[in-house]
Every structure is written in structure tokens, then in C-alpha cells.
Design a protein around this ligand. Sequence first.
Ligand code: FAD
Length: 349
Amino acid sequence: MFVVLDGQIDMSLPALSGESKIIAHHQRFDFSGELNLLNSQGSLVEARTVGESHLLRIPRRGLQRLMRAEGDIANLIMQATIWRRIGIIKEAGGGVVLRGFAGDVETIQLQRFLLRNTYPHRIVETTEEVSIQVGDSRSDHDPTLPAVVLSDGRTLHRPTITQLADELGITELPDPHMIYDVTVVGAGPSGLAAAVYAASEGLCTIVIEGIAPGGQAGTSSKIENYLGFPTGISGQRLASRAQLQALKFGVRLAISRDVITAEQIDGIHKLTLAGGAPVCSRSVVVASGAQYRRLSVANYSQFENRGIYYAATAMESLLCRDDDVIVVGGGNSAGQAAMFLSGIAKQGI
Ligand SMILES: Cc1cc2nc3c(=O)[nH]c(=O)nc-3n(C[C@H](O)[C@H](O)[C@H](O)COP(=O)(O)OP(=O)(O)OC[C@H]3O[C@@H](n4cnc5c(N)ncnc54)[C@H](O)[C@@H]3O)c2cc1C
């Protein structure tokens, strides 16, 4: 973080076309930075001093100490990080560009990952039609897509979620030399709550999450019975807020990595993440939630994420706009999905 002691810094969003857009002028005692102050994400903006300026640079560890010690300042910084990230998303100019085919499984998975991690992005869909007929192969289409164009101009062709998460700094891998006080497996509402309580008591805490913060709740269009939200809140917003709260207390979040093994050696738990990274911890909270039952119908796997979805969020609503939709299930989530989709789909069962 840079605090302007004297002079001015201009913040701009880099544009792939080459012309960046100034989005803020920071003057005396203003500070730079947004959500990336709290995690390892690379900067989404460029900063340039205007004339001779004197800046105070506060490194990340110093900022974390400051936020723990000074509640008022911490709240101010939290507010700024939230509003600045929202501002960047609204500008629709920052972050990455996702290029892919409409309806393509890999494109949808990358889009969902960026959305659920509130990472600013733009989608550029190619005009080529993607058929979702059984037996179709990707080789019929451009094999280099989907692609993610990074803000520095580099392009990742058909990245895995893990590659993308690492490239964007969405994953903070565990420190291999550290013994954490608490390791939480899963960043659904239970895992994030455990992490916030542990870290707010001063325990050194890491959360390992396979997909994205929010878990099942992150796929809910509206949660009406979460304590403290009398008018309800979307699962995505609830998850982002809980994640921010965890970051504020210094929780480290390793996203896009599953825990695959756990053992205990001399009273210390050793977990191994997909890819091989180890985590050592004095205690482990497993908050891994539930797994969906899959439909037992023929050719099911060929339609997963290309017609069959496990959520009814704003993203799925775009994918089935004006289509016939069948909601499978009869519980609360199914009712909620039916209500939500009724305003969007052509006809529903
Ligand atoms: C569409 C929908 C709507 C809902 N609406 C409501 C509602 O209105 N009110 C309500 O009370 N409840 C609602 N629920 C239920 C609620 O979301 C769940 O009860 C809640 O999310 C459970 O929280 P959790 O943290 O225990 O588990 P989950 O939310 O399931 O989270 C578990 C997390 O652990 C991760 N994980 C699992 N295994 C591993 C591993 N090995 N390594 C790393 N990470 C792992 C998963 O990726 C996941 O993110 C809804 C659920 C859905 C699907």
C-alpha cells in the first residue's frame, strides 16, 4: 500500500488496446490498493506519480499488523477495498479477458471460477456456434480456446482452474516452513466461520478450498435465513463478505486445491494438497460439506455443465434464458431455483 504524503498518484486500468483509463487520483493522505491489499492477487491497476511526490510504502506484513492494532483504520481500509473492487468490476475494463465459445464446458467452468472468486473479467464469445450434441469433439473447433488474456498481455490457452488461480494469485499456497494453529478444510459457510473465529482469537489459520469460497451456499440465489440479514442475501455476496472478514483477520486462503491425504506425526497433522504441497497444523477443522448426487440417466456426463447444472445463480440463468428448464428435486433448493428461473426461462417443469 502507498500512502500519499505529498503530491499525487493517478490510478489507471490497463487496457489491452493500449490506452489505459484513469479511474482515481490519490492526493495527500489518500492510499492506493484494493482487494489485493488483503491477499496475494497481482495488482489490477497501474499507478503513476504526478509530479514530484512523496509516498509511504507499507508492505503487506506491516499492513496486517496495522489492521490488527487499529480497528478504525482497518474498517476504513476494508470499506475502500470492497468499493474499489466493485468499481473495477463495474468499469468492465480491468482484470482478464476470457475468450471462448458460448455454451462450451471449459469456458463455463473458467467463467464460474472467476465469478465465484469475484475476479474482474470480460467475456468475449466467438461467433462460432458450439453444438452440444453427444459425440461432438472439441477438435471441430479452435483448439486453443478458451483462452484467458491477462492484464500484462500474456495469453493462457485452455488453462486449468489451478493454473489460472495460481497465475492470478487467487491461491495462496501454504508456507511449507510453518506449523499453522488451525487448518480448515473447505470454505463453505462453516469453514469460513471457523476460520474467522480462529483467526480473530489470534490463531494462525489457513483455509484449503477445492473450488471457490462459499461452498453450496455460494450457488444460492438468495438465502433468507442467515442470521443478521433480515432481507436476505445472495450466496455469492455472503461468501465474498465472509471471505473478506477472514482476510481481515489474516487468514490465508489456498483456493483451487483439494486436501487429498491427512496423517498425524508426533501430534502434528500433516495434510497433502492436490499437486503435492504439504500443510502442517496443530489442529484441523474438516468442513467439507456435502457432495451432490448425480442423475442416473444415459449420457449424463456428456451434458454436465453444458445443459445440466447444479446451481441456479445469475450465471446459469443467462445460459438457459428463454429455454425450457426442468428442475430436478423437491426440496427447498429446488423450490428456490424454480422461483428464480420462472422469470427467465420459457417454460419450466
Ligand atoms: C442452491 C442452494 C440453496 C440453498 N439455500 C439455503 C438457504 O436458503 N438457507 C439455508 O440455510 N441453507 C441453504 N442451502 C444449504 C446450505 O448452503 C448448506 O447447508 C451450507 O452451504 C453448508 O455449509 P458447509 O460449509 O457445511 O458446506 P458446503 O457449503 O458444502 O462447503 C464445503 C466446501 O468444502 C470444499 N471441499 C470439500 N472437500 C474438500 C477437500 N477435500 N479439500 C478442499 N476443499 C474441500 C467444497 O468445495 C466446498 O466449497 C442451500 C444449498 C443450495 C445448494
